[in-house]
Write a protein that binds this ligand. Structure first.
Ligand code: EPU
Length: 418
């Protein structure tokens, strides 16, 4: 298993480019199941979750051809409309094939995800939505099977809590359903909007993506399309926090500043200088004393839960008390104990973490527990005195493309060892 060895104390300088969004690429890949024509996607990040999704699509019957960041997909025929436990347990987003498979073939069998490192994360809302669209659902042996022999019918679906992949899954089911579907209390994340843009290129009729009400008029069939995935706002945000924390002057290029509004505002409140040197770049300048500012995670356009762990690492370097509240997932503070091993002063109290700073962090052996928790340990290591060894970096490889090369390019002392 690979480890990262990081020696802290260097301020990050220069530029770091943003890769394509993992969480926009995953549903886009699944959407290729909706048509028998070829689909071409650009800016697909080379990360492990994407490889897992591609493996799943191949098993289902899709031909997948990877050429750098361009992926060509062709699902002439669905051979096996199934997402097995072996894949779903390693990547919950595998359930994104559920909607497209039922829509295309009238049948899907998908393993239930079970628990994961950041909480229970059920898919009951995906299932409820499909039932509303007329699918018959049966659950046995850890799998759910959805059948709609006569095809899906449009319906109004009100999500009783906001779900990102749930919204995407149901949008992909509804594009081929008969009649109109209205999704209420839909997720407004840019990844949902990007998927809608791709589906529209394929011939789908969708209005309102990016708002909490999405209207879809079902069509008979979809065609192939070519689409470039949006930049990864979470990756870009992670680098902005890294630049600010290390007191550097770092420009993150190829991002969409609008997608990072909540983070930029928060950093500005703490005293970090943030500017937008160009339409697709953001620059942070650290070095000034940073103040502790409370943060609560929210659905987009609020502060992303996927940046909470990184913000907590940042808060260890700010002066005062910061209360970090996690409202999206019930168990997403695994990084707190590891940060504490490096000297952070963090007390957990239910959904809240109380971070007192500034603390001098010192290098230690730590263990990555999930993707974003690992990112927060990398950030902490960049400011820690001495050497930090982060074990199980396969978690970080799930969602960050060449993170060590990108950080090293900006001056970080980071290397991967086997
Ligand atoms: N939920 C339910 N029932 C459902 C679906 C969700 O109760 O049927 C709950 C979840 O347990 C959670 C909340 O609703 O408490 C929100 O979950 P959501 O469904 O929005 O999460 P997700 O779609 O599974 C995506 C991202 C996550 C990101 C969340 C929240 C992808 C592939 N994953 O997950 O990304 O944290 O939205 O923004 O898009 C990551 O990249 O590290 C990551 C975990």
């Amino acid at each position: 298993m690979d480890k990262f060895v990081i020696t802290g104390g260097t301020a990050l300088q220069g530029e770091i480019p943003t890769s394509g969004s993992k969480n926009a690429a995953l549903p886009a890949l699944a959407a290729a199941l909706l048509t028998e024509e070829p689909v071409t996607l650009h800016r697909i990040p080379a990360v492990r979750d994407i490889r897992t999704m591609q493996r799943l699509l191949v098993d289902i019957g899709c031909k997948v051809d990877v050429d750098g960041g361009t992926v060509r997909l062709h699902t002439e025929r669905v051979v096996c409309p199934e997402a097995p436990y072996e894949l779903v347990k390693t990547m919950r987003a595998s359930s994104l094939v559920l909607g497209p498979l039922v829509a295309r073939t009238g049948r899907a069998r998908v393993s239930l995800p079970g628990g994961c490192a950041i909480g229970a994360r059920p898919i009951n809302l995906h299932i409820f939505g499909l039932e509303q669209l007329g699918a018959r659902i049966e659950q046995a042996h850890g799998y759910i099977e959805a059948v709609a022999t006569e095809g899906l019918r449009g319906a109004t679906i009100h999500f009783d809590r906001i779900t990102v992949t749930g919204t995407e899954d149901l949008m992909m089911a509804a594009v081929l359903a008969k009649g109109e579907t209205i999704l209420r209390n839909a997720a407004r994340e840019p990844e949902v909007t990007d998927l809608a843009a791709m589906l529209v290129k394929m011939g789908a009729q969708i209005e309102g993506a990016g708002t909490s009400t999405i209207r879809i008029q079902g069509v008979e069939r979809l065609s192939g399309a070519e689409h470039a995935i949006i930049p990864d706002r979470i990756e870009a945000g992670t680098f902005l926090i890294a630049g600010a924390m290390t007191g550097g002057e770092l420009t993150v290029t190829g991002c969409v500043p609008e997608h990072l509004g909540a983070l930029v505002s928060k950093l500005q409140q703490t005293g970090v200088h943030v500017t937008q040197p160009g339409p697709d770049s953001l620059q942070v300048r650290g070095g000034n004393p940073i103040r502790s500012v409370d943060m609560t995670t929210e659905e987009y356009p609020g502060f992303a839960t996927d940046l909470q762990a990184q913000y907590m690492a940042f808060a260890t370097q700010a002066t005062g008390i910061a209360i970090v509240v996690e409202t999206i997932f019930e168990n997403r503070f695994m990084h707190a104990q590891e940060l504490a091993r490096m000297g952070a002063n963090i007390r957990l109290d239910g959904k809240q973490a109380i971070v007192a700073g500034p603390t001098t962090l010192t290098g230690a052996g730590v263990i990555a527990s999930d993707l974003r928790a690992s990112a927060s340990l990398v950030l902490a290591a960049l400011v820690a005195k001495g050497e930090t060894v982060i074990d199980r970096v396969y978690h970080i490889d799930r969602g960050y493309e060449k993170i060590e090369a990108k950080l090293a390019h900006a001056g970080a002392k980071i290397r991967r060892v086997e």
